[in-house]
Design a protein around this ligand. Structure first.
Ligand code: A3P
Length: 283
């Protein structure tokens, strides 16, 4: 059931959404069946929204650092990280950290409303997401392997034809549930503009004590320049890890969007976001 879309873009349909080839029915099924516990943490995002950044923050705050960043958490829905069985995960002690790129109705562990797990969703302005995603998926050997140009990529993104489906649907699906006790909704932009306030908010949600010294240490370690260069955070063993650290800024979409594309996108954004109350900083 692997499909090839425009410009060689490989994907798989799962529950009606466009998903990467490595979301196999077995892994997705396992992710839905996971029995979570109150102290577990699942970080969720649409790709290119600051997932790696958030994952390192959570790993440091919970003291779960393993041999590499990627081996510090479970990415159950994906088949390419590390081999794991249901019993491996079940026998691990909490807090267990989980990563997911799923919309709300495809969440890890079934329905967050009936799950004791803590979910942290990070969202980013869609222009930067789309640009970062284009860079990421272009010519990369292990996922979609898109070989077309920017114009068409933007079209696919707004049509919901890139991995993880429609950005608006994804973000709004979690935004709707932002007030649930076990959900924290964050944005890339707030974390970027005031990292210390962001870290404090995350620590409070996780019930982790954050001394001034620890705050300093975590803030330093998760800065873009540190993450881009340190071996641990650079995801030792992950192919082409450099692709995860491009610019780390707000507003680099301006290097991609033409004036006309930007105007069309703004109109789409206004209509899709509607009265949701969610808005982003684009710079
Ligand atoms: P850019 O391509 O705009 O630079 P994800 O981890 O969800 O795939 O997101 C990747 C994006 O997060 C990339 O955006 C990457 O550079 C950025 N990023 C990674 N680490 C970061 C950090 N410590 N601070 C700010 N941005 C970071």
């Amino acid at each position: 059931d692997l499909q090839i879309g425009d410009h060689g873009y490989k994907f798989r349909m799962v529950d009606g959404r466009v998903m990467p080839p490595y979301i196999t029915p077995r892994c997705y099924g396992l992710s839905r069946r996971i029995e979570t516990r109150p102290a577990d943490v699942c970080f969720v995002s649409y790709p290119k929204s600051g997932t790696t950044w958030l994952s390192y923050i959570i790993v440091l705050l919970t003291g779960k650092a393993a041999a590499s960043l990627e081996s510090s958490f479970y990415w159950v829905e994906s088949s390419w990280t590390h081999p794991m069985t249901e019993s491996d995960i079940a026998s691990d002690r909490s807090p267990r950290l989980f990563k997911s790129h799923m919309p709300y109705d495809m969440a890890l562990g079934g329905t967050p409303a009936q799950n004791p797990c803590k979910y942290i969703y990070i969202a980013r302005n869609p222009k930067d997401v789309c640009s970062s995603y284009f860079y990421f998926e272009s010519g990369k050997s292990w996922s979609g392997f898109y070989n077309g140009g920017w114009d068409h990529w933007l079209q696919m993104f707004t049509d919901g034809k890139v991995h993880r489906g429609d950005w608006f649907e994804h973000v709004l699906s979690w935004w709707e549930h932002r007030n649930a006790d076990n959900i924290l909704f964050l944005t890339y932009e707030e974390l970027k503009m005031d990292p210390r306030a962001g870290l404090t908010k995350i620590a409070r949600f996780l019930d982790v004590e954050l001394t001034p010294g620890k705050l300093d240490e975590v803030a330093r370690k998760v800065s873009f320049s540190e993450m881009k260069t340190t071996e641990f955070s650079a995801m030792k063993g992950v192919k082409e890890f450099g692709k995860f650290f491009r610019k780390g800024e707000i507003g680099s979409w301006k290097e991609y969007f033409t004036v006309a594309q930007n105007e069309r996108f703004d109109a789409l954004y206004a209509s899709r976001m509607g009265s949701s109350g969610l808005d982003f900083i684009f710079m």
